[in-house]
Design a protein around this ligand. Structure first.
Ligand SMILES: N[C@@H](CCC(=O)N[C@@H](CS)C(=O)NCC(=O)O)C(=O)O
Length: 209
């Protein structure tokens, strides 16, 4: 197996943290998004969407999308469980994992990609040719504020996003929150429940990835 990875990017980080939590050692190949190496024919032959992460299996099959990589690895290595031990827990974890991707990760991306000049011709991750729309900077900011508010509400009543233990929902939540912080949209200082959760998940050795 080989993980196509970009050290500075939040979606590959979801896969890296998951792999670390499973205690797996999967070789990585760095593909530079900044240099546009993910849009070159060599990588498009691996993943025609040009996005990272991608997991290449020994038989040549390629799995794209961070949650699908998680699902595949969880099936091969069930412990420690990160995707749910029963149907209800699995549904709760997936709901929060999806929420964090769609309302956190993608909202920060909307702000960031439409704001920063180097992405003028790269409004969407990977291969699309879609151009930026400046008004989406403000919408992205509003979406991130909504994300932070929902996170705070959830974490005021639940220790972790999926329930009372660390799961894949926390991995995507952490990556989205840190991505926001990295581009100038940290969670508000008064969000104490989020701060408590963020300190706990960031202290896990896997978060260093
Ligand atoms: N839904 C995808 C999202 C992947 C994604 O957006 N990856 C970003 C890096 S964080 C990317 O490939 N960007 C390439 C680019 O900007 O051209 C997943 O779950 O893996």
């Amino acid at each position: 197996m080989k993980l196509y990875d970009t050290q500075m990017a939040p979606n590959p980080r979801r896969a890296r943290i998951f792999i670390a939590e499973k205690g797996l050692d999967i070789p990585r190949q760095e593909v530079s998004i900044i240099e546009g190496d993910n849009l070159k024919p060599e990588y498009l032959a691996v993943n025609p969407w040009g996005t990272l992460p991608a997991l290449e299996l020994d038989d040549g099959n390629v799995i794209t999308e961070a949650p699908c990589i998680m699902r595949y690895l969880e099936a091969l290595h069930p412990e420690p469980n990160l995707l749910g031990r029963d149907p209800l827990e699995a549904a709760r974890i997936e709901a929060w994992e999806r929420f964090c991707e769609m309302n956190g990760m993608q909202a920060v991306g909307e702000f960031f990609r439409n704001k920063f000049e180097p992405f003028a011709e790269r409004a969407m991750p990977g291969y699309s040719g879609v151009k930026t729309i400046p008004a989406l900077v403000e919408r992205g900011k509003q979406r991130v504020a909504f994300f932070h508010a929902q996170l705070e509400k959830r974490l005021a009543e639940s220790e972790y996003l999926g329930g009372d233990r660390f799961t894949a929902a926390d991995i995507t939540g952490l990556c989205a929150v840190d991505f926001g912080k990295g581009v100038g949209l940290p969670f508000p200082e008064g969000n104490q429940a989020t701060a408590r959760w963020h300190a706990a998940v960031s202290a896990r050795p896997s978060a260093a990835n």
